[in-house]
Design a protein around this ligand. Structure first.
Ligand SMILES: [Zn+2]
Length: 301
């Protein structure tokens, strides 16, 4: 087994603006029981090749892996058939607390079956305390509870739209300027009480900062005032991969619009459950919440 080590350092400033912490996501490559070999390592991305397929991505919890098999191959992940594009491309993703071993099986058109084990590195998530959340948000009334359920339903429906577009293969870019004030996976305490983990990457900066599409896609939803997430926009990058942007002050595109990487799509704000203007960017592969930072070049500002 070959080993390759790469580390990403994510500098993070707590949302309340007090502490500066450095998170070290040590993405040791633990690939392979089986035939998967490292060939290259460009920044955080590692490509694992075998005769049957290649997989590109960081082998950690929260990762999106882009795959290439042969046209006509059938692929299962942990026993479930996953979508493969006509040209053999596919994508898989692993959530924050995904188990560390996964089984990928490739069945070729001549019925040959090859099994792979994908071993992921376990990540340590930091703890982040967020104070100053209003009572309206921490103790929502019945009307707002109903509203937040409706919001969640709309978001699920938007993410459930499946297209065989392959925009997720592009090199993603950062959608906004600003200080990284929140990272993927942190265990959050809101006003001292434990809440759900944070699944996005937060970029803090002045209200009205430009938000651009991090990759090409189709807009699936824009709602200006969801209860928790405020102005909310979803872009479908194809094959179940989507970006969700929260707390926007305005959206400049609407559902159905085709957007290009780098296109201005929205302005940042502090709508919903937010303590100051920032962009919260989340990514999904189907219902798995993945870490956008693993798909990005190292941030320079
Ligand atoms: Zn956030």
């Amino acid at each position: 087994m070959q080993k390759m080590i790469s580390a990403i350092f994510v500098v993070s400033l707590a949302i309340c603006g007090q502490s500066l912490a450095v998170e070290n996501l040590d993405t040791k490559n633990l690939a392979t029981e089986n035939q998967v070999n490292n060939v290259s390592n460009q920044s955080t991305l590692v490509t694992h090749f075998s005769e049957q397929l290649s997989l590109t991505g960081a082998l950690t919890q929260g990762a999106l892996l882009r795959g290439q098999a042969k046209s006509g191959d059938v692929i299962t992940l942990n026993g479930r058939v996953i979508k493969v594009a006509k040209n053999g491309e596919f994508v898989i993703g692993f959530g924050r607390d995904a188990k560390l071993r996964h089984h990928l099986v490739v069945i070729s058109t001549d019925k040959k079956t090859v099994k792979f084990t994908i071993s992921l590195l376990k990540r340590d998530y930091k703890i982040q305390r967020v104070n100053g959340i209003s009572k309206k948000i921490t103790h929502p009334n019945a009307k707002n509870v109903a509203r937040s359920r409706l919001d969640a339903k709309q978001v699920r429906a938007a993410r459930a739209i499946f297209t065989e577009q392959l925009h997720f293969k592009q090199q993603f870019i950062w959608p906004a300027k600003g200080i990284i004030s929140g990272v993927y996976g942190s265990q959050r305490y809101y006003n001292g009480k434990p809440g759900r983990p944070h699944y996005g990457v937060d970029m803090a900066g002045p209200r009205g900062t430009d938000v651009v599409a991090p990759a090409d896609g189709i807009v699936r939803l824009f709602v200006p005032d969801m209860f928790y997430s405020g102005g909310t926009l979803i872009i479908d990058h194809g094959m179940g991969v989507s970006s969700t942007f929260l707390h926007l002050s305005s959206g400049l595109v609407k559902a159905g619009d085709v957007v290009k990487k780098g296109q201005l799509i929205a302005k940042t704000g502090t709508t919903g459950r937010s303590t100051g203007p920032h962009l919260d960017w989340r990514m999904n592969w189907l219902n798995q919440r993945i870490d956008p930072a693993l798909l990005l070049p190292v941030r320079t500002k």
